[in-house]
Design a protein around this ligand. Structure first.
Ligand SMILES: Nc1nc2c(ncn2[C@@H]2O[C@H](COP(=O)(O)OP(=O)(O)OP(=O)(O)O)[C@@H](O)[C@H]2O)c(=O)[nH]1
Ligand SMILES: [Mg+2]
Length: 635
């Protein structure tokens, strides 16, 4: 059987018969709180399963109509696919009829069915009048095409037609995406005796399997799903569009609140700022000025924040503008999410819109670049969007990093990266997962800066072969992730832009060059060293004998060592390779199983302690000998 998992949400003014209608359709009374019973109104969200004629079960979310509980209403409306707008025949269109309709519109609910309730209470003429009034109300709204059906929960009038129409409309709803990573904005938290913490919500995307580990955001805590249910039935797997109850291991009720989000790890990075396309309701009393404090309703959460238009000082009523929202706590947003905006005080719905950028930089007034990037993100083309995040990155990013940074779907990021690398706008780095990506412009920029660093280095130290890789990384790629830096340098090496000799990196052809004069000096030094094979002159002695600068001498000996004309035994002492060879042979031939002391070794090769000790330490390092207490033994 094909599943059509979707959520129907009620909407409408207080007392217009939403809860009674849901009970007439499903048999379930969704007003469960004592206070709801006492006051005869809904306060919080109610949930009931509705079985369709094909056997599939959809979830109904019943919302309160009271103006004080619009906040709760939004937490329910946020996952709704199909609106069931209720207008009482004896009352007509009222303030929360309008407000709920606007909220559904901002939340992107584009399908609905409208019930004129309490039809048993009025004459047919009045039903006609209210139907016209509703027709006018929805004119030009996304629910414009909705069918309007008079019903009575008392007489049962219109209920079969309403059920049929809900079924038909349900068939037209664009279903939530099961292929995306899981995301469940939590709308209820409670503890069950002997079971533990249970959270409920509409699964916005993906699937969740029993036993799976998920992330509780924005806090970032890891939790394990211990059991799952949909409408009181236990399940191994739950799917996008279902009403889910999940028993979580590793959290107490205190640690979870309505508004938190349960999501696949590595999917959504909480954010303090979002760039949005915001529409201010035409009915708004005054323009929304830059810096105004507002209530940002997103998912099942309400956050406080301030609004900053990307251009201009204010958004006028009825206007649609790119705006940055700077929040006082973290939101858990994906690209394209809908939201509702309410004024701080008095609390009324003033607007809403779409999240275009989940992690924008803080924009200054009249930021041309910000508007350009906003435009790129709004084209909806994967490569345009991914290019924006790559252009902002200071170092190469993986696909996973880009998903977190952009709030885009993993497939979208993948598609964007493919297109950008194909067209040469991005460079792929590495040959093992995770591959890294960098914009071509940034790649060239960094290559140029590395080349500049090396050119300066070679000019300063013509006798050196190049820069130690670690030094180059610190200088040219400061604060980079170590792996990213290695992979980046590897890429330049492979390209031939750089050369490496062990851990030394140079520009191609720029390794140390030895002039004739330097060659002559090296020969002279070697002659002096060879002249006293087992007690060669130290660096300081050579410097004064030859009247050479110590640093220069040290550079010359480093070259000699590379040319295998000298062996470095200590920073002060170089021996000829021949002397080392002879000494090693003598040592191997005469060492006893119980080892050799420094003084025995000194006598053996006929030198002083000044040379004997560094030589033995050299043999230790060369893994010829090892030290055991006072003696050396052969390895
Ligand atoms: N005669 C008649 N009364 C109805 C009908 N539907 C609802 N009512 C009455 O209207 C009142 C309000 O109904 P509810 O279903 O609680 O209204 P609601 O829209 O859920 O109200 P809130 O959740 O508080 O916004 C109750 O007293 C119901 O008995 C109907 O079809 N006919
Ligand atoms: Mg109710």
């Amino acid at each position: 059987m094909s599943r059509r998992n979707l959520i129907i949400g009620t909407a409408g003014h207080i007392d217009h018969g939403k809860t009674v209608l849901v009970k007439a359709l499903t048999g379930k009374d969704t007003d469960r709180l004592a206070e709801e019973k006492e006051r005869g109104i809904s306060i919080d969200l109610g949930f009931a399963p509705l079985e369709l004629s094909d056997g599939s079960v959809v979830g109904i979310v019943d919302v309160p109509g009271h103006e004080n509980f619009v906040r709760n209403m939004m937490a329910g409306a946020t996952g709704v696919d199909l609106a069931l707008l209720v207008v009482a025949a004896d009352d007509g269109v009222m303030p929360q009829t309008r407000e709920h309709l606007a909220i559904m519109d901002f939340l992107g609910v584009s399908k609905g069915v409208i019930a004129i309730t309490k039809a048993d209470l009025v004459e047919v003429d009045l039903i006609k009048l209210v139907t016209d009034e509703v027709g006018e109300l929805i004119d030009g709204s996304p629910l414009e095409e909705s069918v309007i059906i008079p019903v009575s929960a008392v007489t049962g009038l219109g209920l079969p037609e309403l059920t049929l129409e809900l079924e038909r409309a349900a068939g037209e709803v664009r279903l939530k995406d099961e292929a995306l990573p899981a995301r469940l904005p939590i709308d209820r938290v409670f503890t069950l005796k002997g079971i533990g913490t249970v959270v409920t919500g509409t699964l916005w995307s993906g699937t969740i399997r029993n036993g799976e580990h998920l992330e509780l955001s924005p806090e970032g805590r890891q939790v394990r799903v211990r059991s799952l249910g949909v409408h009181s039935t236990e399940r191994d797997t739950v799917y996008a569009g279902e009403r889910v109850a999940a028993n979580l291991a590793g959290v107490s009720k205190r640690d979870v609140n309505r508004g938190d989000v349960l999501a696949a790890p590595g999917y959504l990075k909480p954010t303090f700022m979002v760039d949005t396309r915001l529409t201010l309701l035409a009915e708004c009393a005054k323009p929304l000025k830059r810096g105004t404090r507002v209530r940002f309703h997103h998912g099942t959460r309400e956050l406080l924040g301030r609004i900053y238009p990307l251009e201009g000082e204010a958004v006028a009523p009825g206007e649609e503008r790119p705006c940055q929202l700077r929040l006082e706590s973290k939101a858990v947003c994906a690209n394209g999410d809908r939201f509702v905006l309410r004024s701080y005080s008095p609390v009324t719905t003033i607007g809403g819109g779409t999240v275009v950028d989940t992690h924008p930089p803080k924009h200054r007034l009249h930021a041309g670049a910000a508007l350009r990037q906003f435009g790129e993100l709004e084209t909806g083309k994967p490569d345009d969007s991914v290019a924006v995040y790559l252009s902002r990155a200071t170092e190469p990013l993986s696909g996973g990093d880009l998903v977190l940074e952009s709030g885009l779907a993993p497939v979208t990021v993948e598609e964007g990266l493919m297109e950008l690398t194909r067209s040469g706008q991005a460079v792929t780095l590495g040959d093992r997962a995770p591959l890294l990506y960098i914009s071509s412009a940034r790649y060239e920029e960094i290559r140029a800066s590395i080349e500049r660093s090396l050119r300066e280095f070679h000019a300063e130290k013509p006798l050196a072969d190049g820069m130690a890789k670690e030094t180059l990384k610190k200088k040219a790629l400061p604060s980079w992730d170590a792996r990213a830096a290695d992979i980046f340098l590897d890429s330049l090496l492979r390209e031939g832009a750089l050369e490496s000799h062990g851990k030394i990196i140079s520009l191609p052809g720029e390794s140390a060059t030895v002039t004739d004069e330097q060659g002559r000096l090296i020969d002279e030094v070697i002659k002096r060293i060879e002249g006293r094979p087992t007690s060669p002159p130290t660096l300081s002695e050579l410097a004064s004998e030859m009247r050479l600068d110590r640093q220069m001498l040290s550079d010359l000996l480093a070259i000699a060592e590379k040319q295998e004309k000298a062996v470095r035994v200590s920073p002060e002492l170089y021996f000829s390779p021949r002397a080392i060879e002879v000494t090693e042979k003598k040592l191997r031939d005469s060492i006893k199983p119980e080892g050799i002391t420094v003084s025995e070794f000194k006598t053996l090769i006929g030198t002083s302690r000044k040379y004997a000790l560094p030589l033995l330490e050299y043999f230790d390092r060369a893994k010829v000998t090892f030290r055991a207490g006072d003696v050396r033994r052969l390895r």
